[in-house]
Ligand binder design. Structure first.
Ligand SMILES: Cc1cc2nc3c(=O)[nH]c(=O)nc-3n(C[C@H](O)[C@H](O)[C@H](O)COP(=O)(O)OP(=O)(O)OC[C@H]3O[C@@H](n4cnc5c(N)ncnc54)[C@H](O)[C@@H]3O)c2cc1C
Length: 402
């Protein structure tokens, strides 16, 4: 049988590994809930709760195609070993993952095990990230070409395996994940992603470029697709193609009837590029999760950590009303807009002189959409340690008036 390992690609459409595996023979679609992953310092209950909702929908989607999702809790290699013993694995299929250091290490261990067992592991790209990239020259053109390729259809039917217990989806408590109340968290699941994409492209997004920067308007005017792109309940290609199609419709209208949509859609498509651009950076330089991008900044804040300041910032109790309001909103909803993420980080790094690694971990745990490639590069940019970006010290008072 062919084992399709779902990771951060929780959909049946635009899933080439699933299609290829289904063409090759009977398929076991598998998601492994890895307790060790959820014990990492950047993981949080809100992220699991969102993924769990995506998995519930994926289970329905795959069942309709003929092979319901199988869920197991444990170490991935132990789980694979069990299926190898009981059924024999002819091929292992997945998307490439650009994750944190822990997932990178886990993937290397899986590769070594698969080699030892003579199981071919086919990993296919799902984003515009190019593994083993030698030169950035022409990267944006390659991104466009990749995203313009037709969306992979779901297999008409998948031949599943009989007699396999589908397994229960655990709750955060079962996994020992710390209590993480997030009453305003956006719900997960592909149906939600499709609804957000459509409402943004046809209704909510007209003033995106004007309203993205204020936290008063951004929650409604921004696409809110980031958590879905991180979980893979929507593919980047689906998002890009829907945006291009909508842009074509808008550009066919006379200029006076476009109502700002051309600018809004251009801004959105640009950000979809950024998503993969930042992930590419972490793919090429995974050490940026831990080390200053530019070594010239080493030693700048490392020994200056002040636990009292950190605790006040993390709880939204610094006494700067706007900073605290943003932090408390983020804690309660799992999302805040780009400019406020930048301000929260810059305030911690400059005003409070805290090292970005601790503050970045705190923000990672608060973001339902945590995506290591974007996150660590942005945290370093907003902390002035890349050596290539303009140093931006956000003034929290000016921001509050804005
Ligand atoms: C310190 C800091 C940490 C961040 N951490 C994350 C993170 O962990 N996960 C994450 O998805 N985004 C992160 N961002 C980028 C950005 O703030 C969010 O992607 C965005 O606010 C999500 O809202 P949205 O889905 O409505 O997307 P929009 O901002 O409207 O953009 C559309 C999509 O483009 C991508 N995107 C937008 N802005 C950026 C950017 N600056 N860099 C790369 N991709 C971008 C996202 O995939 C997003 O869904 C971070 C930004 C900062 C300053």
């Amino acid at each position: 049988m062919h084992l399709v390992w779902f990771k951060r690609d929780l959909r049946a459409i635009d899933h080439l590994p699933l299609l290829r595996a289904a063409e090759a023979g009977p398929v076991l679609p598998l998601y492994v809930v890895e307790p060790e992953l959820w014990r990492q310092a950047d993981a949080a209950g809100r992220q699991w709760a969102f993924l769990r909702e995506c998995l519930v929908e994926l289970r329905y989607e795959l069942a309709a195609l003929g092979a319901p999702l199988v869920v197991r809790v444990g170490n991935v290699i132990d789980v694979f070993r069990g299926f190898q013993a009981s059924h024999g694995i002819d091929g292992l299929w997945s998307h490439e993952e650009t994750g944190n250091a822990w997932t990178y290490g886990r993937d290397r261990a899986v590769a070594a095990w698969a080699r030892q067992q003579s199981i071919p592991w086919t990993q296919l790209p799902q984003h515009g990230v190019i593994r083993g990239l030698e030169s950035r020259h022409g990267w944006a053109r390659k991104w466009d070409a990749f995203m313009r390729r037709p969306v992979t259809p779901a297999s008409a039917s998948i031949s599943g395996l009989d007699g396999i217990d589908p397994g229960e989806l655990p709750n955060a408590n079962d996994l020992g994940i710390a209590e993480d109340a997030c009453p305003g968290r956006q719900p997960g699941g592909r149906s939600q992603a499709l609804e957000l994409l459509s409402s943004f492209l046809h209704d909510r997004g007209a003033a995106y470029h004007k309203e993205m920067s204020s936290p008063l308007t951004a929650a409604e005017s921004c696409p809110r697709l980031s958590a879905h792109l991180a979980a893979g309940s929507l593919s980047m290609r689906e998002a890009a193609q829907a945006a291009w199609q909508r842009l074509d419709e808008v550009m066919a209208l006379p200029k006076e009837r476009r109502a700002g949509w051309d600018t809004a859609l251009g801004a959105f498509i640009g950000r979809l590029h950024w998503h993969c651009h930042f992930m590419q950076k972490l793919e090429d330089s995974p050490e940026h999760e831990f080390r200053n991008v530019h070594g010239g900044y080493d030693g700048l804040r490392e020994d200056a950590f002040d636990a009292t300041r950190f605790a006040a910032w993390a709880a939204g109790r610094t006494g700067f009303p706007f900073v605290d309001a943003c932090m408390r909103s983020l804690r309660a909803t799992g999302w805040i807009n780009f400019r406020m993420r930048a301000m929260l980080t810059a305030f911690a790094s400059y005003h409070l002189w805290l090292h970005w690694r601790e503050t970045g971990l705190h923000l990672a745990r608060l973001f339902t959409d945590y995506e290591p490639g974007i996150h660590w590069n942005q945290v370093q940019m907003q902390s002035g340690t890349t050596g290539i970006n303009t140093v931006r010290v956000y003034n929290p008072v000016k921001q509050s008036y804005d």
